[in-house]
Write a protein of this length. Structure first.
Length: 308
């Protein structure tokens, strides 16, 4: 069974790990958001690619979900000694990823090529595909701080600034990375991971051809809600949807995705919303605090996709 998951952020990476653990090696392709990518200290940082890679390699920090387990912050502490604000917490071992990626890109390699090299070196059998090798930058228009780069909004200001609009700079020119369209066309099922629909999934859908390939699918596509009881499991999804006058609930997630999905997996506590959701729904415990829970949820999802 060839499965494709669209993922961004920690929730997406955790479910992708659960799916990889349930499927035969090599049958999962994860199309990852790169709208969060930015340059810090001259280094090319791809947070969502790294978060998926570290989670699938079993190396991710178990609490944060991003960065490496047992990593240190000596470099960041020295930055602060020099008076640098150092608001983006790069780990010392994590630096190896950014240094190798930056070196590869400077030597003319594509993001998809260096991602394949890094994931192969970590023994990952699933395909981790950036949505595009072209630059797409998610920009956040805020009330009090004007236009912010994604990581400034998300990390520096802890996603507290009130948002007026989001734009995906460069998306109109971005082509899907090699293998992305093919993976979607050859998929037996497509899954939208429980990622922020506006910040993590939409950038992927903005890349030329991806939305249409999913709309023209002839296999099931299901999403897992990132919201429970109108609140995000992690991150700004509910706050942002409120600020953008979107319905910050699982019903709103269903509306947001529309005909892109055939089904939405919601939390049991949101079962009362099922009647207001036009797509098929499956109510279950969508929290994944442990690796076992990721696998449990992934199994339920695969069973459901197989029956749709
Ligand atoms: N998120 C934070 O909230 N604080 C950080 O200091 C931070 C550092 C960081 C370093 C490397 C990396 O790959 C991710 C990092 N993240 C951090 C997470 C990242 O900002 C978000 O996970 C994604 O960009 C959005 O989901």
């Amino acid at each position: 069974m060839n499965l494709v998951a669209l993922a961004g952020g920690v929730g997406g990476a955790r479910l992708a790990d659960g799916l990889a653990r349930c499927l035969p090696p090599g049958s999962l392709s994860v199309i990852v958001n790169t709208g969060d990518d930015f340059t810090r200290y001259g280094l090319a940082i791809s947070p969502d690619l790294d978060t998926v890679m570290y989670n699938l390699a079993g190396l991710a920090h178990p609490i944060n979900g991003w960065g490496l387990v047992d990593d240190s912050q000596q470099m960041i502490e020295m930055m602060r000694r020099y008076g640098d604000e150092a608001w983006f917490g790069l780990g010392d071992r994590d630096l190896a990823t950014h240094l190798l990626r930056t070196q590869a890109l400077h030597s003319g390699k594509l993001l998809s090529e260096v991602t394949a090299q890094l994931t192969e070196a970590l023994g990952i059998k699933s395909k981790i595909l950036p949505m595009s090798d072209n630059r797409v930058a998610t920009m956040v228009e805020t009330v009090d701080r004007g236009l912010l780069e994604f990581q400034e909004y998300f990390v520096r200001y802890r996603w507290q600034p009130v948002v007026k609009a989001i734009c995906y700079d460069g998306a109109e020119l971005a082509m899907p990375a090699p293998g992305v369209i093919e993976a979607l066309e050859q998929a037996d099922g497509i899954i939208f991971c429980p990622s922020n629909p506006v910040l993590s999934v939409e950038p992927i859908l903005q890349v030329q051809g991806i939305r249409d390939t999913i709309l023209n699918r002839n296999v099931p596509c299901v999403a897992v809600s990132p919201l429970i009881g109108g609140k995000a499991v992690k991150g700004p999804a509910a706050k942002l949807m409120d600020e953008l006058s979107l319905d910050a609930s699982s019903r709103g997630i269903a509306t947001y995705y529309g005909t892109l999905i055939d089904g939405l997996m919601i939390d049991t506590s949101d079962s009362d919303l099922a009647s207001a959701i036009p797509q098929k729904t499956l109510a279950t415990n969508i929290l994944m605090p442990t690796v076992e829970e990721r696998v449990r949820l992934a199994h339920e999802l695969l069973d459901w996709v197989g029956k749709l």
